[in-house]
Design a protein around this ligand. Structure first.
Ligand code: KG4
Ligand code: ZN
Length: 341
């Protein structure tokens, strides 16, 4: 960090750029108010059943400027009206990150405005702060996406403690892999959710993972689906989807229940792509009633990767620490606990 923080004016129009994986996201916000939030999903990866890093980077290059132009129109502002530029610098695919990061830095220099680098996971956490929502410290967040499955205790702003991580696959990754096994497109999560609505819960039994310590594990469940398909080649995909989804989400619920018991927090958030799942919402509403905690879930378009969440986390960082070093690099891995506090 090279410049010191300062109190924000009542208005700070911020552009957030997200290119850590296969979604090009741009968001324009004015502190907690969203003026525009646009995402270009790269369908090219569907053909390969997963994200091809070089194609992701190339598609970010193509999409980024058109998205910003439309975003400015939606927001009703000119490029010169941007007062802060934020971009994800990790964790994620390096080639993909470099596109958004370099673009954001150059734009900030051209506009003579500050630039802030944002951790992607912190972006997901700040997706809880739209529409007047505001968790009180300390609170617990289940971060559940294609790359991460983690329970984080947030004691105060920027003070993160990881309580549970996955020992193997991320939950979203398991959804994607199981979708592929039963012939559904990538990314599998929304397709599994849809197929599960026609499936019969209980028709197939998959084991809910039960790790010994507070933590997650999805490889056993994925293998159980694989073995089931090997033994039942004509197995009903909807039933498989429904029962995989139940086991996968029951695992999230059980581990979160443990953490709620241990911490005694009053606020619980779920963020990341899998937090778009409405069956997960049902299970977590039950958990919230059981522990009398306030449950926070971002609006649907802020669950999966998006630019608005990066802008929102960028504003918070800027307020506390000022602009980032313009030489900041892209990083493939970076946990919340490593961030400056
Ligand atoms: O947060 P995100 O957009 O990207 C990462 O940071 O990984 O999360 C994407 C993941 C994918 O694995 C996708 O299958 C999953 O979130 N996902 C879902 C749903 N919508 C997206 N999983 C379950 N149910 C959904 N409705
Ligand atoms: Zn994400």
């Amino acid at each position: 960090m090279i410049s010191s923080g300062r109190w924000l004016k009542w208005s700070m129009i911020t552009l957030g750029i997200e290119t850590s994986c296969d979604e090009t996201g741009i968001g324009i916000i004015d502190r907690g108010r969203i003026l525009a939030n646009l995402t270009a999903s790269q369908i090219v990866h569907t053909r390969y059943g997963g994200v091809v890093p070089e194609l992701a980077a190339r598609n970010h290059i193509k999409s980024i400027m058109p998205l910003i132009r439309v975003g400015l129109e939606v927001a009703g502002i000119k490029l010169a009206g941007i007062e802060l530029v934020a971009a994800t610098n990790g964790p994620g695919l390096i080639g993909a990150l470099l596109v958004g990061l370099s673009f954001a830095k150059s734009l900030a220099i051209a506009l003579k405005k500050p630039f802030v680098a944002v951790n992607h996971l912190e972006g997901h956490v700040y997706a809880l702060r739209f529409d007047g929502r505001r968790p009180r410290y300390p609170y617990l967040v289940l971060l559940v996406s294609g790359g991460h499955t983690e329970l984080v205790l947030i004691r105060k702003e920027f003070a993160y403690e990881s309580l549970a991580r996955t020992a193997d696959d991320a939950c979203g990754e398991a959804f994607d892999k199981v979708a592929k096994l039963i012939g559904l497109p990538y990314p599998g999560g929304p397709y599994i959710e849809k197929a599960a609505r026609s499936g019969r819960v209980g028709a197939v039994k998959f084991p809910v993972p039960r790790p010994k310590r507070l933590g997650f594990s999805y490889s056993g469940l994925k293998t159980a689906v694989l073995y089931y398909l090997r033994d039942h080649p004509g197995g009903n995909p909807d039933d498989i989807a429904a029962n995989f989804q139940e086991a996968a989400l029951d695992h999230l619920t059980a581990v979160t229940r443990q953490a709620l018991k241990q911490t005694g927090v009053r606020y619980l958030g779920i963020v990341g792509g899998v937090s778009a799942n409405t069956r997960l919402h049902e299970k977590f509403r039950g958990l919230a009633r059981e522990f009398a905690v306030t449950l926070l879930i971002p609006g649907l378009q802020y669950c999966t990767d998006n630019g608005a969440m990066i802008a929102r986390a960028g504003v918070a960082r800027y307020k506390k620490y000022g602009a980032s070093d313009i030489n900041v690099d892209a990083v493939a891995r970076q946990s919340l606990e490593e961030l400056e506090t």
